[in-house]
Design a binder for this molecule. Structure first.
Ligand code: HPA
Length: 270
């Protein structure tokens, strides 16, 4: 992994990617951020040595380098979900690359099913913590100390001061945001009503199929992380409605413009 990451980083540096301030994984809800970025470089994943190529509908595959205000950003447009069949190592590869390029901060977004009765479809939730229920751990196996330590502290996985800053920006912009716990399950099935109930009982506010592996690996490398989730469907007792990928995408799109603005402001000001 170390040598592959070095090779990819070398390629990116030769292609104009200098040290970014922020790494951003443009999951559901952050698609419009690309319209705000002043793009300097955009490279298809298939051109980048060692990069996996994503296949899921609605997730194209480009690595973007550019600026938002005075900040330099590197963005993954299209992430690698474990449910697509990628190994955990493939799923988290771009995060390793971001860090070795010199990126200190990671921003991730996702779509999730809300199990908190106060949530509505289209709401935005700042992730304060996660519960990892993925069947495989991205740090399983021999540890490479060049990336980070064997045992990783996850107490402050989602940076409190970043959350506070985003709350401030949301309030100034008159956008209501929730805070809560994100649980990752492998998917690709959405949850049964009983499973949504389990997610709630276990202490989460929403459930999705991504983010946690990337944040674990970012913490392994001592990155500062901020995560945000768009609630695209509900699995709340009494309101168990069916859900489809199209509905999830539609709900995520509805929050895209506002969330992208909030994140752009955050990156500029933080
Ligand atoms: N469950 C899991 N993943 C999701 C959901 C959900 O309800 N909504 C969007 N991604």
């Amino acid at each position: 992994m170390w040598n592959k990451v070095q090779e990819t980083v070398k390629y990116l540096r030769e292609n104009g990617f200098s040290t970014p301030d922020y790494g951003i994984i443009l999951g559901s809800g952050l698609g419009k951020l690309v319209d705000i970025i002043t793009v300097e470089k955009s490279i298809d994943y298939k051109e980048i040595p060692n990069f996996p190529v994503s296949t899921v509908e609605g997730h194209s595959g480009k690595l973007i380098f550019g600026t938002i205000g005075t900040k330099k950003v590197i963005c993954l447009q299209g992430r690698f979900h474990y449910y697509e069949g990628w190994t955990m190592q493939e799923t988290i590869f771009p995060v390793r690359v971001m860090k070795i390029l010199g990126t200190k901060n990671l921003i991730v977004s996702n779509a999730s099913g809300g199990v908190n009765a106060n949530f509505k479809v289209g709401d935005i939730m700042l992730i304060t913590d996660h519960i990892n229920m993925m069947p495989e751990h991205p740090l399983h196996g021999k540890n490479d100390t060049r990336f980070g330590p064997r045992f990783v502290d996850m107490h402050d996985a989602y940076d409190k001061s970043m959350i506070a800053k985003m709350e401030e920006i949301a309030a100034e912009s008159n956008v209501k945001v929730h805070k809560g716990v994100y649980m990752s399950l492998q998917g690709p099935t959405f949850e049964t009503p009983a499973e949504y109930g389990m997610v709630r009982v276990l202490g989460a506010d929403c459930v999705g199929m991504s983010t946690v592996p990337e944040v674990i690996v970012a913490k392994h490398m001592d990155m500062t992380c901020f995560g945000v989730s768009v609630i695209t469907d509900l699995g709340v007792e009494g309101i168990v409605e069916s859900v489809s990928h199209e509905e999830v995408q539609k709900a995520a799109k509805s929050a895209e413009k506002i969330l992208s603005k909030l994140v752009a402001k955050f990156v500029t000001e933080y």
